[in-house]
Design a protein around this ligand. Sequence first.
Ligand code: C2O
Ligand code: CU
Ligand code: CU
Length: 481
Amino acid sequence: MKSSKKKLLIGFGIAFVALLSGCSFNQAPDQDKVSSPPPEQKGKNALPIPPLLEDKNPADDVAEFYLKAQKSTKSFLDGVETESYGYNGDYLGPVIQVQKGEQVKVHIKNELGDEETTVHWHGLEVPGSADGGPHNAIKPNEIFSPSFTITQPAATLWYHPHPLHKTGEQVYKGLAGLFYIEDEVSNRLNIPKSYGENDFPIVIQDRNLREDGQLSYDLNMMSLMHGMHGDTPLVNGVFDPYLEVPQGKVRLRLLNGSNARIFQLKLSKDNHFWQIASDGGFLEKPVKMDQIVLGPAERAEMIVDFSQYKQGDKVQLFDQDVRLMNFIIGTPEKEKFEIPDQLTTIEKINPPSGTVTRTFAFQGMGNSVNINGKQMDMNRIDEEVQLNATEIWEITNIDNGMMGGMGMPHPFHPHGVQFQILERNGKEPPENEQGWKDTILLMPGDKVKTIATFKKDGVFMYHCHILEHEDAGMMGQFEVN
Ligand code: C2O
Ligand code: CU
Ligand code: CU
């Protein structure tokens, strides 16, 4: 038993290295310090559904929330308390749900003890002053209360800390949560939308638990180079959980919340899913898929149809060969849903003549990762963008592998804006990348052409979303005004 589990976990390690670099597994992370959940813990725990954060403001078009970044402990391994961080809880955070048009205020208290933190709204189009980047540091025991108006369509976004050089560690210990925007489209569509009943948040991460059961965030050459990977997959903070789902259509809001791992997700039994939304909202039409690749920070909303199964049947979600979680088919769904032919309409941004084009080259390795030859400097603005300008940004992952061919993937993410993809490696992007995006995965050698209109002012970051690369300096700043 033990050895087959061990094999499974080692497979997990090898598989990602192969996916990452296409070369052999002599770079697999240090396996022996890892103490993963024992086999008897597999499939034993229910998937936790985080609470929806309560809106404390009675006014109709105003929402007011309270978040606390705190230290805690959580039991990832039976009988072991692991030190962790969480928002209003022991690990991860509540789901914040807002409506388009709402005025939102969030009071964030830093109770982490002696370190600074920030809360960044990943994918949200808000001014730089409310964005929660490294300039918005909250000192220990202080409160930061950004407010902003929701001006973008329905989407599954997320929030996480962004302190300079410490993002990786704080996210790793548990600071992250989902942020839902709803609007007239999401409210009208006949798709599953009952939170925790047929519409589920699914945050997928990988972690390393040390021999003593503690989360280890030790940067070594390996983790600095490839980003922090772990051999224990977690969904909503739990190892190999199960979820009882209605016998019918179910909506999964997937977030790759890992620091560095790329997930290649598929269902067992040759099941497929329909992707209905990408990072920034609904696709125009559902895209039927057998599997989806999600880079760090990317999201996808999926509809899965479980109506062909009997009560008690199991369907599993895998990352390549590694089981992440189990769906157990329950009682028939109460409402009937469709896979709509049309979800929304997305106006294609056409490059106006004279459009400014900027290029961003991702390169370097380890401590020297950089964009356009520069590393993050808080006192330097790298790009000046005019308010309301439409620009083309060309991002290239320069394959800088040693001995030919071994490069690093880099997921690119700009703050405060949703973009469209014009081209991926010279071609039209795949169907599920034709909607709004805020993060895009570039494998070694990839070149992507994006277009966006910059509607919010202030100072924003753009960076690689492998958090160890970001912390090492693979980040720059643009100012919109
Ligand atoms: Cu997910 Cu700079 O952020
Ligand atoms: Cu972001
Ligand atoms: Cu990177």
